[in-house]
Ligand binder design. Structure first.
Ligand SMILES: [Zn+2]
Ligand SMILES: [Zn+2]
Length: 98
């Protein structure tokens, strides 16, 4: 067994014997945090992460016309994951993460 390409260890299972391909990009999948069923759709880490980002992105509300500014850095805020109430400070994604 080649000891290469072990991106993140811990909980990953070797599934190379199952000959699984990513349902998104068609890349061979050799490791997964779980063992999928035969007919289960599986995505590689890249596609999985992309899907998560898209899901989060699709939940964002467009507030670009409301003139909302970040309470910390003053940057214009265009998207929020919630409807701003007006009486609470809103932070941009950069400041929010801090
Ligand atoms: Zn993929
Ligand atoms: Zn900010």
């Amino acid at each position: 067994m080649a000891e290469e390409d072990q991106g993140f260890s811990g909980g990953m299972q070797d599934v190379s014997d199952m000959k699984i391909k990513c349902a998104g990009c068609g890349k061979d999948i050799t490791e997964l945090p779980f063992r999928p069923k035969e007919d289960q759709e599986v995505h590689c880490t890249d596609c999985f992460r992309k899907k998560k980002d898209e899901e989060r992105e699709s939940r964002m509300i467009d507030v670009s016309g409301k003139g909302i500014k970040c309470a910390s850095c003053g940057k214009d805020i265009e998207k929020l994951p919630f409807e701003p109430s007006g009486d609470r400070p809103v932070y941009c994604s950069d400041c929010y993460r801090k």
